[in-house]
Design a binder for this molecule. Sequence first.
Ligand code: SF4
Length: 476
Amino acid sequence: MVHLTLFEKLWNAHVVADLGEGAALLYIDRIFLHERTGSIALKGLVEKKRVIRHPESVFCTIDHIVDTLPGRTDDTLVEGGKAFIQTTRASARAAGITFYDIGDARQGIVHVISPEQAIVLPGLTLVCPDSHTCTQGAFGALAWGVGSTEVEHAMSTNTLRVKKPKTMGVSFNGTLMAGVTAKDMILHLIAAYTAAGASGYAVEFYGDAVADLTMEARMTLCNMAVEFGAFTGIIAPDDKVIDYIKGRPYAPKGENWQRALEYWQNLKSDKKALFDKKITIEASAIKPMITWGTNPGQAIAIDGQVPFPAQIRDDHQRAAAEKALAYMDIAPGTYLTELTIGGAFIGSCTNSRLPDLRKAGKILKGRKVAKGVRAICVPGSSQIKRQAEAEGLDKIFIEAGFEWRESGCSMCFYAGGESFGFEERVVTSTNRNFESRQGPRTRSHLASPETVAVSAIMGRIASLSDLNEEVGNGTL
Ligand code: SF4
C-alpha cells in the first residue's frame, strides 16, 4: 500500500496528464483575481480572443489599489489606479465572472473574502495572481500564487502546467505560551530556517499547537508559507474547518454537503506517509517575535538583541544582515524595544480578521496611542468591518487614536498608493518587510497585531509583557 501525504493526495486528485520531468497538467477548480494583476489577465484574454471556460469558477475583487479612506471612490492615490479599477470592472462584467466591487458588502482582500464566501474548500485547487494565495491552504486546499500569463491559461482551460514540489512536514508540538500567536510561530520558523528554507517544497503544518489554532490563526500561519520560500502551505481539514465553512454562500448544500464531508475525511496525510523533509518545533519555546531586517527571516524574540553581523559565519547571510541593519538604521546588538516608532499598522491578509481586531481592541481599550505615532487599522473585508463595528471595536480603535479605514490592502503595499512617511519606523501586522514596502524607505517591523497595539500605545517597540509591567498588575 502506498502511503501519501495530504499534498500528494490533493495533487493526484487533480492530475489531468503527466507531462514528464516532474511536471503535470493539473485541473484548476477555482480562480481568484484582483484589480492589479487580474485586470492584466482579463485584458490579455480579450486581446487573444480567448474565452473563460467556466466563468462560474472565476471570482474577482477590488483590494490592492483601491483607497481605504472613508468615502472612497474609483479615484486612487496612485497614478493610473482609477484605470485599473475601471478596466477590471468592465472586463469582469463582460466576462460574466463574480465580481466584488467597491461598495459590495462582500468586498475585501482576496485571501480574506475567499474563505468568508467558502470559495475555497478542502480538496480544491485554487490559484490567484498573488503570492499570498497560500493563505487558503489553511482549509486543506491546494492554493498557490501564479503569474498573470498563467492565470490567463487557467481561465481559458481550467488547467495549468505545474512542476511538482517536494513535500515538507512542519510540526509544532505542545502548547504555545500565553500571548504567543500564529504570527510568532511562523516568524520563529522562518527566522530559524531562513526565508528560503522551504524553497522547492509544499509545506504541511501539523501538531498540537496547529490543531489548537482558530481558523483565522491557521490562515495567518499559511499566509506566510510563501515568505518561507514554499510553493504553498496546507493544514489538514478538521472539525474547525467544517464549522467555519458550513452555511457560507459557496459551501456545498444538502446531499452535496454530506458527500463533501465524506470526501474531506480522507484529506490528511497517511500515518506512515513520508515527507521529503521534516522540521519539528517545540511550541512552548516560541516567544513573541518581531523582524529587525528587510526579509521575514531576519526576526528575533522581541526581548532579544539584533545580531552582530561579524558573528554570522555564512557570507551571504552576513552581507544581507549588514545591508539590512544599515537600511533599518539599527546598530548591531540593539534591543529593539529601545526603538521609538512613527507608525503602527493593523491590517493585510495576514492579520486583519475579527479575532485579530478583538485582541488588539482589548489592549487599546481605555488607552491612547503615543504622541507622534500614526496608527491605522484596516479590516480585511467589508464584512469584518461591519462585524467589528457591531461589537463597538471601531469606537475603541478611534478613541485610542487609530484611523479606522475601509477594507483593502492599504499600507501593506506602497505600490497601491497609501504609505507611511519617508524612513518611518513602523510596527506592522503585515507579511513583508522589504525595503520601501510600506512607503518611501520605510523601516517595517513585522509582528502580531497585539505587538502592534502595545507598540502604538508605548510609542516604541514593545510587547504585552512590557505593557503589563508598566500597568503593574498583569491585567492583559
Ligand atoms: S494584503 Fe498585502 S500581502 Fe495581502 S494580498 Fe494585499 S498586498 Fe498582498
